[in-house]
Design a protein around this ligand. Structure first.
Ligand code: ADE
Length: 273
C-alpha cells in the first residue's frame, strides 16, 4: 500500500547538495517504463502516487500527472511543495505541427505556450493574465542535458528498438530519428483534425508540436523559480488519423524510448558528479 503523505514527512531522500529531480509523465505506460528501472517507494498524496527512489545515487520522485493542464499543474505544485523537487523533467508524446517533424522524432522544448489561453480583450491572446508572459522558456542546462541524452539514444536506437514491430509498421525501420528543439504548445484538447492543426499552424507557425501538459508545468515552475525541461516523442500528425495506433505507439515505441532517454540523462549526471 502506498504511504499517505503527512506533514511529518521529512524529505529524507533529499539533501541540500543533491537536487531532487522530479520525473513526470501523463500516461501510465510511460511512467511504468521508468519505474521498471527503479526500486521506488510509493507515497500517496491526494489522488496521485509519487514514487521516491535513489537512481544511480540521485534522489528522484516519479509520478503520473494524468492528462491535461490542470492535472499536470497540480501534480507539479505537489512535487515542489511536498516533495521538495528542485528540478522537473517531463517526458511524453506529442502531435507534430511541422512537416519536418516526423512520427518517431524527438522534440525537445526550448519554449512552451498554452495555445488555448485567450483572455482577450482583457489581455493579449495567449498571455497568462497578470504575468505578461505567453512563452515559458525551459532551463538551458537541463535542456542541454536532455539533448545530450537524446542524441546518445538516437545513436543506439538502431540496435535496440528498430527491430520492434511498430517501427516497421510506421515505416521507420531504417529511419534515423530526427531531433528537434523549439516551441511546443499545450492545450486541453487532443488535436485530431487537420482543420484544427492547420489553424494552430497558421496562428503559431513556429510551433513544432502540440500536447496537453508541459506549458502548464512550465507556468508552475516559473511561479516557483524551479528549473524545468521537457521532451516529447512524436506519436502522430495531429490530424484526422491522430488517434489510430496511439496506445500501441506509446506502449511499444514512445514509452520505452522515453525511459531510455531519461536513464541516459540520469546516468550522465551520475558520471559527472
Ligand atoms: N499528444 C499526442 N498527440 C497529441 C495530439 N494530437 N494533440 C494533443 N496532444 C497530443
Amino acid at each position: 500500500m502506498p504511504k499517505r503523505w503527512s506533514k511529518k514527512w521529512s524529505g529524507q531522500l533529499s539533501n541540500s547538495d543533491t537536487p531532487t529531480l522530479a520525473l513526470m509523465s501523463a500516461m501510465q505506460e510511460e511512467l511504468s517504463c521508468i519505474l521498471e528501472r527503479l526500486q521506488a517507494t510509493p507515497v500517496q498524496v491526494g489522488s496521485r502516487t509519487y514514487w521516491q527512489a535513489q537512481w544511480m545515487g540521485q534522489p528522484v520522485v516519479a509520478v503520473l500527472s494524468r492528462i491535461g493542464k490542470v492535472a499536470a499543474a497540480t501534480t507539479a505544485s505537489c512535487l515542489i511543495e511536498h516533495f521538495g523537487a528542485t528540478q522537473l523533467v517531463f517526458s511524453g508524446v506529442a502531435g507534430s505541427l511541422d512537416d519536418r517533424v516526423q512520427v518517431g522524432d524527438v522534440v525537445i522544448a526550448s519554449e512552451l505556450m498554452q495555445h488555448d489561453m485567450d483572455a482577450s480583450p482583457l489581455f493579449p491572446k495567449y498571455q497568462i493574465p497578470l504575468t505578461q508572459k505567453s512563452l515559458f522558456t525551459t532551463n538551458e542546462l537541463l535542456t542541454q542535458e536532455l539533448k545530450s541524452a537524446a542524441v546518445q539514444c538516437q545513436q543506439e536506437i538502431g540496435s535496440n528498438m528498430q527491430t520492434q514491430g511498430m517501427w516497421d509498421l510506421l515505416g521507420l525501420a531504417n529511419k534515423k530519428i530526427g531531433l528537434h528543439e523549439g516551441l511546443i504548445l499545450s492545450g486541453d484538447q487532443f488535436i485530431s483534425s487537420a482543420k484544427k492543426s492547420e489553424a494552430l499552424k497558421l496562428s503559431l507557425p513556429q510551433a513544432l508540436a502540440v500536447e496537453m501538459e508541459c506549458a502548464a508545468v512550465a507556468q508552475v515552475c516559473d511561479d516557483y523559480g524551479v528549473p524545468f525541461a521537457a521532451f516529447r516523442i512524436i506519436s502522430d500528425k495531429a490530424n484526422d488519423t491522430a488517434h489510430l495506433d496511439f496506445e500501441k505507439f506509446i506502449q511499444t515505441v514512445a514509452a520505452p524510448f522515453g525511459a531510455h532517454v531519461i536513464e541516459a540523462f540520469i546516468s550522465n549526471r551520475a558520471g559527472s558528479r
